[in-house]
Write a protein that binds this ligand. Structure first.
Ligand SMILES: Cc1cc2nc3c(=O)[nH]c(=O)nc-3n(C[C@H](O)[C@H](O)[C@H](O)COP(=O)(O)OP(=O)(O)OC[C@H]3O[C@@H](n4cnc5c(N)ncnc54)[C@H](O)[C@@H]3O)c2cc1C
Ligand code: SF4
Length: 341
């Protein structure tokens, strides 16, 4: 690990100042020397120990008061501070009752020890898990090199949708569920506060800077996540398939939320896939296909087909297509109250 400065701001304004990069055009948060914020430290300290990132300064956000609160309920919507831990989310009674998919997504992550420390802001901004990215010696496209080694190498865990020129999959389990619930993030930087819909927050490698995963500038921090009250929140779920142990990231996951009318047909639906694309992957055609329908086997199968349309598997990850289709069917059957899918 390189030497670095540890700072403990007590206000958002002070944190933003400490994150400022003096040189023009500092491109990526992981560029050597760029100061970085620290939430629970569950990802950033690992990347530093493994010499994948070398910030000259860490800006510890945990001394900033008021960012560790959850406010609201199903009627008013939620305001979740960026320093709220995954355990707080998972155990919050209003969330368990009114936004069950969000509690399930938090509970699906890693171990109780990691959930006790990992924060919501850090979970959304954690770096990708691609093996090549995590190996110090490998300088792939995402680390400033010229090649994506996963494209033709070990790509069992990589993207089947939206990939290229990097084929990472987005690692956060909270992100797909929060997008399905229509959440936004409040970001604070040198020019003040702005609110960004979470489905506009993450960026595809082909859309912008391949070294970044979201629209944050170096001196921006997330301070809050807002989840609106919605008729879909109570019928929300998060299903995640892990390969081996509770520590595993999603091979594939599905966040689903629906509103049903009294006659048992779907009024509106959201489906967001995790573990299959560089960003949480919304499936709008599948969502539309459900409107006005009962959630019977034929409707579920068609929605699952549409959700994966456009998938282009790499050599070793075609298994993700049927796996994700099964999760889509099961998630919709669960929120619709069916017993099998
Ligand atoms: C073994 C293991 C297994 C895991 N499995 C999963 C899993 O299955 N699913 C899953 O979703 N997660 C998983 N995680 C990630 C974990 O859940 C944490 O959420 C994650 O490490 C980041 O949370 P943190 O608060 O510790 O962030 P940190 O490590 O402090 O920060 C992570 C990144 O976010 C930035 N950051 C932190 N806070 C902010 C903020 N407020 N605004 C802007 N940028 C910020 C940091 O600069 C850094 O780049 C796993 C972690 C480990 C170690
Ligand atoms: S998928 Fe992205 S992180 Fe992985 S090797 Fe390719 S460029 Fe690097």
């Amino acid at each position: 690990m390189n030497t670095f400065e540890w700072t403990n701001p007590t206000s958002v304004a002070e944190a933003v100042k400490l994150l400022r990069v003096e040189q023009e055009g500092a491109a990526a948060r992981d560029q050597d020397g760029v100061p970085q914020p620290l939430g629970g430290g569950q990802d950033i300290l690992t990347t530093m120990k493994e010499r994948i990132t070398r910030p000259a300064r860490l800006v510890n956000l945990k001394g900033i008061r008021g960012l560790d609160k959850i406010e609201g309920n199903a009627r008013r919507g939620l305001r979740i501070g960026a320093l709220v831990t995954l355990t707080q989310l998972e155990e919050h009674s209003e969330i368990r009752r009114g936004f069950p998919g969000l509690a399930e997504a938090a509970q699906s992550i890693a171990t109780p020890q990691i959930r006790n420390l990992g924060t919501v802001g850090g979970n959304l901004c954690q770096r990708p898990r691609c093996w090549y990215f995590r190996l110090e010696q490998v300088v792939c496209l995402k680390k400033g090199g010229t090649e994506c080694y996963a494209a033709v190498g070990e790509n069992k865990y990589n993207a089947i949708l939206g990939g290229g020129p990097s084929y990472i999959v987005h690692p956060s389990d909270l992100a797909p569920m929060l997008i399905a619930l229509g959440a936004s993030v409040v970001v604070e930087g040198p020019s003040g506060k702005r609110t960004i819909a979470l489905d506009k927050f993450f960026t595809l490698p082909k859309e912008g800077n391949v070294r970044r995963e979201n629209v944050l500038n170096n001196d921006d921090i997330i301070t809050e996540i807002q989840v609106p009250a919605s008729a879909m929140a109570a019928r929300s779920t998060y299903l995640k398939f892990k390969e081996r142990s509770s520590l595993d990231f999603a091979l594939s996951s599905v966040a689903a939320a629906v509103e049903m009318d009294a006659g048992g047909t779907v009024r509106q639906a959201r489906i967001v896939l995790g573990g299959v694309a560089p960003v949480p992957w919304r499936a709008p055609d599948a969502e539309k296909s459900l409107v006005g329908k009962r959630l019977d086997a034929g409707t579920l199968a068609e929605a699952a087909r549409l959700a994966l349309q456009g998938a282009v598997p790499l050599e070793k990850n075609a298994y993700k297509v049927p796996l994700t289709q099964t999760l889509v069917r099961r998630a919709l059957a669960k929120v619709g109250g069916a017993t099998t899918a």
